[in-house]
Design a protein around this ligand. Structure first.
Ligand code: SF4
Length: 179
């Protein structure tokens, strides 16, 4: 049975929610595959070996994202950049307009709702930020892109179905940005 894995990196999880929005159609797909890693449906910490198709949501924002992307690439035959953040950097890419110091200062000290009298910026058990946000294809080889913020459920289904049938998924420019 085809082994499918999904994971998320620097993202909002909305692409996975779009996957769940397939509703009953998702059950049809899951009936044909073995799901081995998926943060919204199962609690598996380690990335398993011998994955056939991996959907990776989000770009690279920190060192943990980078490690996870490389692990997934090592263990999966086909890697799909899942959603605009994975394909282009997306919303988290706006962080590139600021230095990491400015981002940490804002996030941990100066937002209106933050109370941090000691001015502590956590640096233990929090993965360090990478110098810039980059899309997946800048750190690993990507076989297919599945753009959209989030990708439409029917597009996710058609790409997965094509890959399960050993066909080339069709992603037209129409799916890049709906007007
Ligand atoms: Fe969220 Fe959109 Fe990025 Fe998906 S592409 S993780 S929905 S911001």
């Amino acid at each position: 049975m085809v082994k499918i894995a999904t994971t998320w990196l620097g993202c909002c999880s909305g692409c996975h929610i779009s996957l769940l929005d397939l509703h009953e159609d998702l059950l049809d797909i899951l009936g044909q595959v073995e799901l081995v890693h998926c943060p919204v449906l199962m609690d598996v910490k380690e990335i398993p070996n011998d994955i056939d198709v991996a959907l990776i949501e989000g770009g690279i924002r920190n060192e943990e994202n980078l490690h996870t992307a490389k692990e997934m690439r090592k263990k999966a035959k086909i890697v799909v950049a899942f959603g605009t953040c994975a394909v282009y950097g997306g919303i988290p890419g706006m962080g590139n307009l600021y230095s990491n110091e400015e981002i940490l200062e804002k996030a941990y000290k100066t937002t209106l709702t933050t109370k941090n009298d000691e001015g502590i910026i956590p640096n233990e058990e929090v993965p360090p930020l990478t110098s810039r946000v980059v899309p997946l294809s800048q750190v690993i080889d990507v076989d297919y892109i599945l753009p959209g913020c989030p990708p439409k459920p029917e597009l996710i289904a058609s790409v997965l179905t094509a890959l399960l049938e050993g066909k080339e998924p069709e992603i037209s420019n129409k799916n890049m940005c709906e007007v």
